[in-house]
Design a protein around this ligand. Structure first.
Ligand code: PEP
Ligand code: MG
Length: 751
C-alpha cells in the first residue's frame, strides 16, 4: 500500500497540467483499489459548485450526475461518506429513464488544502458492499497528500494549458504576508542552476538561436561522454562502461532531442524545453513496472542535468532584472536578494518560509512588499508575466485585470502618501506624551539599508547582523576585511551607539562554505554555539570589531542565542582575551558595551543573572516566539500559529524587562515585534527602554510613540495580560490605535 501511495504521489507531482494530474490519479486509484469507477470532482474557481473533472472506468455514455448529491455531502461534512447502497440514500438523485445500471457502493473522500475544500475523490462499484476500512484509509491518505499538488496544478491550468503565455487573467494565489506594501511588476524567477525541475518557462529572443544553442550543448555533452568513456576503457568493467553507451544512445534518440527542439519551436527557451521534455520521459520510465527500466529514469535526469549545465551560460545564470522586478523563487537567500539593484526591485515572492523568515525580515528592512509561503504558485510557468504582490494580505495576483491593478495602485499611492507625511516628522526624537524619550535604533545588515536619509531618522543601530556580509562571501572574511566592514558601519553613526551582533549563522542563515546538515537546524548548531566551538573564527571577529571601533568609540557587542550562564561566561572570556591580545600587541581599543540577546526560553528565566554580567539586554522576539510557541519561524505550514501577541510571549517579555531592571540594566527589543506599530505598544507598556526596528517601519513606530503616554501604554499592556488569546490582544491594540487617531495604521492594506 505504502509503495503504491508513494508512486501515485510522486507521479502526480511530476505530471504537468491539471488534466494530466487528475487523469493520472483516477486511473491509478482505479487500478490500485480494483473499483469499477474512480472520479474527481473539483470546486469551480470562485464558486461553491462541484463539477466532475476526471473519471476512469466509466462505461461509454454513462454519467454520474445521480451521485452529485452524495459528493456534495462528503464536501459538506468534510469527512468520508461510505455507503453500501448509494441508491437508497436520500441524497441520491434518480433520473427517470436514465436506464443505467446504478453503482451501489460509494466512497467519497474530501480533498482539503489548508483547511479549504478543493474537491472530492470518489470510488464506486456496481455490487452492493461497504468498501473496506483500508480502502478508506488509502483514499484519505492519498487525498491529503495530493491536495497541494492539485491546488498548484489548478493554478497552473488557469495560466493556460501547454501555451506559455495565455490570456487567463487575475489568478489569485494565496500565501503569507511577508513584508507590507503593494508591488506591481513582472516576475523574474530565480532557480538553482543545477536543478532541472526548477527551470522556468521563458520566451526566447530568437527561436533559431535557441535551437542552435541547444544543439551545441547536446554536442558538447556527447563529446564529454565519449571522452570519459575512452578514458575509462580498461579501468572499468565493460558492464559499467555500458552506462555511457546508454547515455550516448539517448542523446542520439530523435524523440528526446527532437522533442525538446519542438518545444523550443513552440516558443520556450532551451532550458525550459529541456525541462519539459526530459521530465516527461523521466515520468514515463518512473511509471514502468520493470525495476531495471524504472532505474533508467535516473539516467535521464542525470543526462538532463548535464545538458542544462552546458546550456546555462554565466549570463543566463544571472537573471536579467527588469524595471519593477518581482523576484520569485522557492528559497531566496539574502545574497540573491541583495543582488537585485534596489531601484529595480518592486516585490518578492517565496514559495517557502513565513513572515518571520530572514528573507522576509530583509524585505521589510528594504521596504519591499513580500509574500512568503506561496506553496501553490506554479513557479516554472510565471517568468515574465505581470504580477501584483499584496504584502499586507499575503496574496498574489497573476496577470491582474485592469480594475484590480488600478485598485492596488490606489492603495500603494495612499500608503506612500502616509509614509511621506510621516517621513519629515521621523527626524524628530520619539518622545511619549508624558515626556519619556525612547531611543529608536535601526536593524541593519545590508549596504542599502544604511542610506543617509534613513540615518537621519534613527538614534543609532540596535542590531547589525554580521552574518549577512559573511553570507555574501565564499569563505570566512579575514580580520582586516571584517574590520573594514565594521568600521564603515560604526562610522555611519559616529555619534550614536552601534550594536554589532556576533555571528549568528545556522537555522535559515546558511554559509555555503560552512555547510551544516541537521534534522532540526533551529534547535541545532547556530549562533553562539558555533562561535564558542570555533574560537579561531570568534576571536578574529571580536578583534575586528574592537579594531574597527578605534575611531568612533561607539561599539556595542551583542551575543546571540545565549541559553546558559556558561555560554555567556565563555563568550565574555573570549572577548577579554581579544582585548588583552590587542593590548599586548600595543593597540589601544575603547572598551565596548556588551549585551546579551534574550531569544531562547532558558534565557528568559536567567534574565536577571545574565543582565548582571553585561551592560544591556536585547530581546530577539523572532526567535523567542518560535521557541516559546514551538513554531518553526521558517515553516509555511505552521505560520498561522506564530503570534507576537500570544499571552505566553507577553508573560515572557514582562519577566525579561523586570529581570533586566532588577539588575539595573536597560532592556531593548530588536526582534520584529518592535517594528509592528500595534505590538510595539505592548513593549512600550511593558517598560522596554529602547527599540530597534526595520528602517521601513521607523516613521510609523515613532508616530505611535509620540501618540501615547507611557502610562496609557502600561494600561494597555496590563489589559492585554489578562487576555488569553492573541486575537483578542490584537483587537485590543487595534482599538487603542484607532482611539488615538492612528486608524490609518490599522487600516493599512485593508481593501
Ligand atoms: C531575533 O531573533 O529576534 C533576532 C533579532 O535575530 P534574528 O532574526 O537574526 O534571528
Ligand atoms: Mg534571533
Amino acid at each position: 500500500m505504502l509503495f503504491t501511495l508513494r508512486r501515485i504521489v510522486q507521479e502526480a507531482t511530476q505530471a504537468e497540467g491539471l488534466t494530466n494530474v487528475l487523469d493520472l490519479i483516477v486511473q491509478r486509484v482505479h487500478d490500485a483499489l480494483g473499483v469499477d469507477v474512480s472520479s474527481i470532482y473539483l470546486l469551480r474557481p470562485r464558486s461553491e459548485q462541484l463539477t466532475l473533472r476526471a473519471s476512469f472506468g466509466l462505461p461509454e455514455g454513462a454519467h454520474l450526475q445521480q451521485y452529485e448529491g452524495l459528493v456534495a455531502l462528503a464536501a459538506e461534512r468534510a469527512e468520508p461518506v461510505l455507503l453500501a447502497d448509494a441508491t437508497s440514500h436520500s441524497r441520491y438523485q434518480r433520473f427517470p429513464g436514465s436506464g443505467e445500471k446504478p453503482y451501489r457502493s460509494f466512497l467519497g473522500v474530501p480533498i482539503l488544502h489548508r483547511r479549504h475544500l478543493l474537491g472530492v475523490l470518489v470510488v464506486q462499484s456496481f455490487d452492493q458492499h461497504l468498501f473496506q476500512e483500508d480502502h478508506v484509509a488509502f483514499l484519505v491518505t492519498l487525498a491529503a497528500q495530493l491536495a497541494g499538488v492539485i491546488s498548484s496544478a489548478e493554478i497552473s491550468g488557469e495560466l493556460g494549458g501547454d501555451e506559455i503565455h495565455d490570456v487567463c487573467r487575475n489568478i489569485l494565489v494565496s500565501g503569507i504576508p511577508g513584508s507590507p506594501g503593494v508591488g506591481i511588476g513582472n516576475a523574474v524567477v530565480i532557480f538553482p542552476d543545477t536543478e532541472l525541475a526548477a527551470v522556468p518557462d521563458r520566451k526566447p529572443d530568437s527561436i533559431d538561436d535557441e535551437i542552435a544553442l541547444f544543439r551545441e550543448a547536446v554536442a558538447r555533452v556527447e563529446a564529454d561522454l565519449q571522452r570519459i568513456k575512452e578514458q575509462l576503457a580498461g579501468k572499468l568493467p565493460s558492464e559499467d562502461r555500458a552506462l555511457f553507451d546508454a547515455y550516448l544512445m539517448m542523446l542520439s534518440s530523435s524523440s528526446l532531442i527532437d522533442g525538446a527542439v519542438e518545444r523550443i519551436r513552440g516558443g520556450n527557451w532551451a532550458p525550459g524545453a529541456l525541462r519539459a521534455t526530459f521530465l516527461e520521459y523521466q515520468r514515463y520510465f518512473d511509471e514502468m513496472e520493470d525495476d531495471y527500466l524504472r532505474e533508467r529514469a535516473t539516467d535521464i535526469q542525470d543526462l538532463g542535468r548535464r545538458i542544462l549545465e552546458q546550456l546555462l551560460t554565466d549570463g543566463q545564470k544571472r537573471p536579467q532584472y527588469v524595471d519593477n522586478t518581482i523576484l520569485v523563487g522557492r528559497d531566496i537567500s539574502a545574497s540573491q536578494l541583495a543582488e537585485v539593484p534596489t531601484e529595480k526591485l518592486a516585490g518578492l515572492i517565496c514559495t517557502s518560509g513565513s513572515g518571520s523568515s530572514h528573507v522576509a525580515i530583509l524585505a521589510r528592512a528594504l521596504g519591499v512588499p513580500a509574500v512568503m509561503g506561496a506553496t501553490d504558485l506554479p513557479v516554472s510557468r510565471i517568468d515574465g508575466i505581470e504580477v501584483v504582490v499584496d504584502g499586507y494580505q499575503g496574496a498574489i495576483y497573476l496577470r491582474p485585470e485592469k480594475s484590480v491593478r488600478s485598485e492596488f495602485e490606489r492603495l500603494a499611492q495612499e500608503e506612500s502618501e502616509l509614509t511621506q507625511g510621516l517621513w519629515s516628522e521621523a527626524r524628530q526624537p520619539a518622545i511619549t506624551l508624558d515626556g519619556d524619550t525612547i531611543p529608536v535604533y535601526i536593524n541593519s545588515g545590508l549596504k542599502s539599508d544604511l542610506m543617509p536619509a534613513q540615518r537621519s531618522m534613527a538614534d543609532g543601530i540596535g542590531l547589525y547582523r554580521t552574518e549577512l556580509p559573511f553570507m555574501a562571501r565564499e569563505r570566512f572574511p579575514g580580520e582586516v576585511e571584517q574590520a573594514a566592514i565594521y568600521e564603515r558601519v560604526l562610522r555611519s553613526f559616529p555619534d550614536h551607539p552601534v550594536t554589532l551582533r556576533t555571528l549568528d549563522v545556522g537555522g535559515d542563515k546558511p554559509l555555503s562554505y560552512f555547510p551544516i546538515e541537521e534534522d532540526n537546524p533551529f534547535l541545532g548548531y547556530r549562533g553562539i554555539r558555533i562561535s564558542l566551538d570555533h574560537p579561531e573564527i570568534f576571536l578574529s571577529q571580536l578583534r575586528a570589531m574592537l579594531l574597527a571601533s578605534r575611531a568612533t568609540a561607539n561599539l556595542n557587542i551583542l551575543f546571540p542565542m545565549i541559553g546558559s550562564m556558561a555560554e555567556l561566561d565563555d563568550s565574555l572570556a573570549l572577548l577579554d582575551r581579544a582585548q588583552l591580545e590587542l593590548t599586548e600587541e600595543g593597540v589601544e581599543v575603547p572598551v565596548p558595551r556588551v549585551g546579551v540577546m534574550i531569544e531562547v526560553p532558558s534565557a528568559v528565566y536567567l534574565a536577571e543573572h545574565l543582565a548582571r554580567k553585561v551592560d544591556f539586554l536585547s530581546i530577539g522576539t523572532n526567535d523567542l516566539v518560535q521557541y516559546l510557541l514551538a513554531v518553526d519561524r521558517n515553516n509555511t505550514r505552521v505560520a498561522d500559529l506564530y503570534h507576537d501577541d500570544h499571552p505566553a510571549v507577553l508573560c515572557a517579555i514582562e519577566a525579561i524587562v523586570d529581570g533586566g531592571h532588577r539588575a539595573g540594566r536597560p532592556v531593548s527589543v530588536c526582534g520584529e515585534m518592535a517594528s509592528d506599530p500595534a505590538s510595539m505598544l505592548l513593549l512600550l507598556g511593558a517598560g522596554v527602554d529602547s527599540l530597534s526596528v526595520s528602517v521601513a517601519a521607523l516613521p510609523r513606530i515613532k508616530w505611535v510613540i509620540r501618540s501615547f503616554s507611557r502610562e496609557r501604554a502600561a494600561e494597555i499592556f496590563a489589559e492585554a495580560r489578562e487576555l488569553l488569546d492573541p486575537f483578542s490582544v490584537r483587537s485590543l491594540l487595534n482599538s487603542a490605535l484607532i482611539d488615538a487617531g492612528l486608524g490609518a495604521l490599522v487600516r493599512a492594506g485593508k481593501h
